[in-house]
Design a protein around this ligand. Structure first.
Ligand code: GLU
Length: 261
């Protein structure tokens, strides 16, 4: 009898132990639960892309920054700015930063495309723009085809512009810039003859002697990216409802007009 009581006790004890472990593991894997438990969300944003992510008096600001704050306030049910830890990212490192766990989500002028869909999950788009070229005032260049047999074209590495340049002007001499600031310097210093990039970002780096040519080469839909995993489902649902809410209530228009977009 005593033997059975001991066996029964071991059975009960191990069941409790195992269910406890399973619960802990589930929580560990669920992205939203993990963020809630840690009390803050780490968001990858740009720091050189006016008006989406840039510094003002040492603080990150911009449309993407505002969207990240809305997502955080919906996750934590409060408006505390302390709940978001911003980490600057660029077009080349944002996906690896996400997938290696250095950031929880990307809100960084990131366009949805099929190649990226293979490695991240995207939210509902929150912003639409298109790719254009920017040249120096006085330039005779009016379209991308020009670069098929002449000149130098700058694109920021890791952006959709890189791909579009190769599709529209396959023979172009494409020069990769590490960021938008560098591409603008290259244009100003006659190192390149145009920059291909998102219209709204080009406006942010436009100098007095630059002009944007009004011909679009793509449609770009900006969306938030989360890890490509079933464990991100709850987080993605919450992000989507935040975006739908922003679009529905036309709150996004207020944010856009605040940043002159
Ligand atoms: N939206 C484009 C992209 O996702 C360019 C902007 C950026 O640098 O992120 O590649």
């Amino acid at each position: 009898m005593k033997k059975y009581i001991i066996l029964f006790a071991i059975l009960i004890f191990s069941t409790i132990l195992l269910s406890g472990c399973a619960k802990k593991n589930d929580e560990k894997l669920d992205e939203l639960a993990k963020i809630k438990r840690q009390g803050y969300i780490t968001v990858g944003v740009k720091n050189d892309s006016i008006p989406f992510g840039y510094y003002v008096n040492g603080n990150l600001t911009g449309l993407d920054v505002e969207i990240a704050r809305k997502i955080a306030s919906n996750i934590f049910n409060d408006n505390s700015y302390q709940r978001v830890n911003f980490v600057p990212v660029n077009a080349q490192n944002r996906i690896s930063m996400l997938n290696s766990g250095k950031i929880d989500i990307i809100v960084a002028t990131m366009s949805v495309n099929d190649k990226r869909k293979m490695v991240v999950n995207f939210s509902t788009p929150y912003f639409t723009t298109s790719q254009k070229i920017m040249v120096r005032i006085g330039s005779k260049i009016t379209n991308l085809n020009y670069f098929n047999d002449r000149g130098k074209l700058a694109v920021v590495m890791g952006t959709t512009g890189e791909k579009i340049a190769h599709v529209v002007a396959p023979n172009a001499n494409v020069i990769g810039a590490k960021n938008y600031t560098q591409s603008a310097q290259m244009l100003a210093n006659y190192k390149v003859d145009a920059i291909l990039g998102d219209d709204c970002i080009l406006k942010g780096i436009k100098a007095y002697n630059f002009k944007i040519i009004n011909r679009a080469y793509s449609k770009e839909y900006y969306a938030v990216a989360v890890k490509k995993s079933d464990n991100s489902k709850e987080l993605l649902n919450l992000i989507n409802s935040t975006i739908v809410q922003l679009l529905d209530k036309k709150e996004i228009n207020l944010i856009k007009s605040h940043y002159g977009i």
